[in-house]
Design a protein around this ligand. Sequence first.
Ligand SMILES: O=C(O)CCC(=O)C(=O)O
Length: 215
Amino acid sequence: MVTEQSEEVRASLRSLVQEPDLLSALEPVVDAGFSAAHRVDLDATSWIEHVPGWLQGADHLFRELLETAPWEQRHRKMFAQDFIEPRLTAEYPMIDLAPQPLLHTVAEALSEHYGVAYRTLWMNLYRTNRDSTGWHGDLIGKIQEESTVPVLSLGATRRFLIRPVEGGKSLSLKVAGGDLVVMGGRSQRDWRHSVPKQTTAAGARISVNFAPFRA
Ligand SMILES: O=C(O)CCC(=O)C(=O)O
C-alpha cells in the first residue's frame, strides 16, 4: 500500500538534507571499465559482484536524490496487521523520464556493461542504522530464471548480506557510497539478500536498484 508523501516523511527528509554538507570536490564519473570489480561465484549458477568506488563523486547524486526523488512511506499487510516499512522508497518506472541526468548516465553504463537494457529503477532510503531491508529475492526472480540486478549505493556504509534460500551461512559485503553490488545468474531465485539493522550509528544511505522492466 502506498501513501502520499506525508508531513512526517517531509520532516524526516528535511532533517537529513540539513546534515552538514560533505559534498566531495570530485565531479561524478562512472568507472566504465569496471576496473575494481570483484566477482564471487555463490554456487554453480549464481554470482555476486562488488565494484568499490564505481561512481566517483557519488555524494552529488546522493544529495540530489535526497532532495528531489518522490520519497514515500510504504506499508505492508501481514497476517491482517499493518506494518510500516523501516525505510522510505521512491521509484522511477521509466528511467528516461527521471529528472536527474546522472541516473541516465549510470543506467547506460550498466546496460552497456551487463548487456541488459535497464529501463526502470526503485530506490530505498535508509535514514539511520535502524532502517533495513529483510531477507528477500527481487520480484524479477519470479519471472526470469536468471537476471542481473545492479544496486548502486550512495551515502553511508552499510552491510549487504546474501545467503542461500534455504538459510545457512551468509556472505557479507561492506558497501560504501559509490559502490556497486550486482547480483546475477539464479541469485534472485536460489538466494536471499538483506540490509540488516545495525547497532552502530550510521548516517543516511540510498540504494538505487535497476531492472529491465517493472516486475
Ligand atoms: O538497499 C540495498 O542495498 C538492497 C535493496 C533491495 O534489496 C531491494 O530493494 O530489493
